[in-house]
Design a protein around this ligand. Structure first.
Ligand code: C5P
Length: 235
């Protein structure tokens, strides 16, 4: 702190098609450096949408959360690397062998790999239903540690878990946090969130922000407000 929205925000392009995504990217060009392309947009438009984002000057976080046998994930990471994405995700639950294969392949393609620990939509009853032991925070730390041991350079975590992951695993691990709500923004379906400044103070390197920007009445004003919050000295 202080930091800028341009260097810290990754805007989530959760859109149904290329036309809406491109219109948004054109508005954000110059104000933000990074976009996140996830399952909805990638499944609709394929790798072309990544190339378009690059052509418009953005760095791309490809958030497809790979979770499969090690050989399949290795080759999927290689394909992401050939697209030139900056960051990509795998599920830490995919096993040590899968993480090792993904980390090796990502490093050889210059992709900054991120491991998703437990989805922030998982609550204790949902974890028990799929045989994940409780408490959630211990499992998140265990999975983040496993990812780090396997050479995965970063994790995706809720901002509420960021400080404990940072304390346990040190400053070199990249932490990317969704679940960000600027002061006064609707929570939508996010249950566990912090403001941009709180998440940065907790130790996040990048903040994924979707609807507080993309669904705002004035997205550019929303970016300006986040920038103001991040660039103000700590209170
Ligand atoms: O609109 P909103 O800011 O809630 O968007 C958050 C983005 O981060 C969405 O693209 C969502 O899929 C993603 N995400 C999340 N929680 C996770 C992992 C990813 O909200 N644990």
């Amino acid at each position: 702190m202080p930091v800028s929205a341009k260097e810290k925000i990754i805007v989530a392009l959760d859109f149904p098609d290329r036309a809406t995504a491109v219109a948004s990217m054109k508005r954000f060009a110059g104000l933000l450096d990074r976009v996140k392309i996830g399952l909805q947009l990638f499944t609709a438009e394929g790798p072309d949408i990544v190339r378009i984002a690059h052509d418009l000057g953005f760095r791309v976080f490809l958030d497809l959360k790979f979770h499969d046998i090690p050989n399949t994930v290795r080759h999927a990471v290689a394909s992401a690397g050939k697209l030139g994405v900056e960051m990509a995700t795998v599920h830490a639950l995919g096993s040590k062998e899968m993480l090792l294969a993904a980390a090796e392949e990502a490093a050889s393609h210059g992709v900054s790999l991120l491991a998703v620990t437990l989805l922030t939509s998982m609550d204790p009853p949902q974890c028990e239903a799929v045989a994940i032991p409780l408490p959630i925070e211990s499992q998140v730390l265990r999975l983040a540690s496993l990812a780090a041991e396997c050479g995965v350079p970063g994790v995706v975590a809720s901002p509420l878990e960021t400080a404990s992951i940072r304390a346990a695993l040190g400053s070199s691990l990249r932490i990317v946090t969704p679940g960000i709500r600027p002061p006064g923004s609707p929570a939508d379906d996010q249950k566990r969130f912090l403001t941009p400044a709180q998440a940065i103070r907790a130790g996040a390197d990048f903040l994924v922000v979707g609807r507080p920007i993309t669904a705002a009445h004035d997205p550019l004003a929303a970016i300006a407000a986040i920038n103001e919050e991040l660039s103000s000295p700590e209170e």
